[in-house]
Design a protein around this ligand. Structure first.
Ligand code: GUN
Ligand code: FE
Length: 432
């Protein structure tokens, strides 16, 4: 290619060790490679820089490790202040004792601004480049959070939570209020000019949402063309409760399906799916629903351990969620290693018909698996949006001489934290 061909293209090259997923089994690892970005899109990874890119500026990271930006498919910004505490209860009590009181505080916009600021700053410096986020029921505080996230350059979907039943009087909406506020919020998002931040319809979960609310949210999702996120089959008591509340539904997921909130007419993320039955899984597969696997949360609030390798083998769409504050940290390194721990204990203690999660599979879930929700995201294959994280792993000292890039990436997910993230790019834009 000649010089002229590059005239209108904006591009650059990163040089370093590079690791990315092609599929759940195949981790591509280069000890010394060139990663090319043109117009925000990856042109691929090369051992020798092709001539056609020779005129692009090269940023040399020498021996640092470059991986795709990590994707958090499920995180509660409105629960960030109590992360790392309150792990003593199961889901329903935990919601009443911790989640609802804390989320309610965000209706004080001054509190919300300070609280969300901590969440956003921490998300910014870590390895996450994209996230599906829950705010709280307050639409103004949710818009404030979206403004802050927009400014970071991270790509996020943010949801104003809806709940019109089975919630305390200090943290509940009427059905009409909930739908009206959601419509006004969606209109405000439409007028905001956001480039990095989008709205996502967020019924909290079936126990907190009447049929009328769910139906209305299904219509809003279609009308505004926005995706949906919720919780599904997380906890056994929750599942029994849904059966009592919605006896006509064939299974828990059917309560969303009946309202058009289960992926048939747009993108959809369901968190947890620890206890999903065959019918539910079949419908998720048919509708292309994304499962946000949240292993740390599932351990902390004693929900269980989802058979995640089975979901992968069935060809379901799966990514990882930190689920703060059921999970203690937004670190997706932690989510990856905990997914592996949980799968091993599940295998050992519960069910040897479902094998453990491997390291390449965990890496896939946190990158390409969850990234698919955002489009061509989560890999460095040609045509993928250019999200990259640069990791300084020298401090994770070892005498091993034979360490290759793949082994280094494995050590990173066990030992690294936000401090080791020294560079971040989202859709080709350098954040730091
Ligand atoms: N189910 C309904 N709400 C929540 C929540 O905030 N966290 C978790 N983990 N599960 C839920
Ligand atoms: Fe959650």
């Amino acid at each position: 290619m000649t010089e002229e061909n590059h005239e209108n293209r904006e591009g650059f090259v990163l040089h370093g060790a590079v690791v990315y997923s092609k599929d759940p089994r195949t981790l591509m690892a280069y000890d010394d490679a060139y990663l090319v970005c043109v117009d925000g899109v990856s042109m691929g990874v090369f051992s020798k820089l092709p001539d056609e890119y020779a005129d692009l500026p090269v940023e040399d990271f020498y021996d640092k490790l470059i991986i795709p930006g990590l994707i958090d498919l499920h995180v509660h910004a409105g629960q960030y202040q109590y992360r790392g505490i309150g792990m003593d209860a199961e889901l329903i009590d935990w919601l009443n004792d911790y989640a609802f009181p804390e989320e309610a505080r965000h209706s004080d916009l001054d509190y919300a601004e300070r609280a969300y600021d901590l969440f956003v700053e921490d998300l910014y410096v870590g390895p996450t480049t994209r996230a599906a986020v829950y705010a709280t029921i307050d639409p103004d505080a949710t818009l404030g959070l979206m403004d802050m996230l927009e400014d970071t350059g991270l790509k996020t979907c943010v949801g104003k939570i809806n709940m019109d039943r089975n919630a305390p009087d200090y943290y509940i909406e009427t059905t009409e209020e909930s739908l009206e506020m959601t419509r006004a919020w969606l209109e405000a998002v439409g007028e905001s000019g956001y480039r990095n931040t989008g709205a996502i319809i967020t019924p909290r979960f079936t126990p907190c949402c009447t049929r009328e609310l769910m139906n209305g949210l299904g219509e809003l999702s279609k009308e505004f063309g926005v995706p949906v996120q919720s919780h599904l089959s997380e906890n056994l008591r929750e599942i029994e409760w849904v059966k009592e509340l919605e006896p006509e539904a064939s299974f828990y997921g059917d309560t969303y399906e009946r309202a058009g909130l289960f992926g048939a007419s747009g993108r959809c993320i369901m968190a947890h799916c620890v206890w999903s039955g065959e019918e539910e899984l079949a419908l998720m597969k048919k509708n292309g629903v994304f499962i946000a696997h949240c292993p740390e949360s599932n351990i902390n609030i004693r929900s269980g351990a989802a058979p995640v390798t089975r979901y992968l083998e069935m060809g379901l769409r799966v990514g990882l969620g930190s689920d703060v504050a059921g999970g203690s940290t937004t670190s997706m390194f932690a989510a990856m290693r905990t997914a592996i721990f949980a799968s091993k204990l599940r295998w050992r203690l519960m069910d040897q018909s479902v094998r453990q999660l491997t390291f390449p599979e965990a890496f896939y879930l946190a990158t390409k698996g969850g990234g698919a929700f955002f489009g061509n995201v989560g890999s460095f294959e040609k045509g993928f949006e250019f999200d990259a994280v640069v990791i300084e792993d020298e401090p994770l000292r070892t005498m091993r001489k034979e360490k290759g890039a793949g082994e280094r990436a494995e050590r990173v997910i066990y030992l690294a934290d936000d401090r080791h993230v020294v560079g971040k790019y989202v859709a080709g834009r350098k954040l730091f």
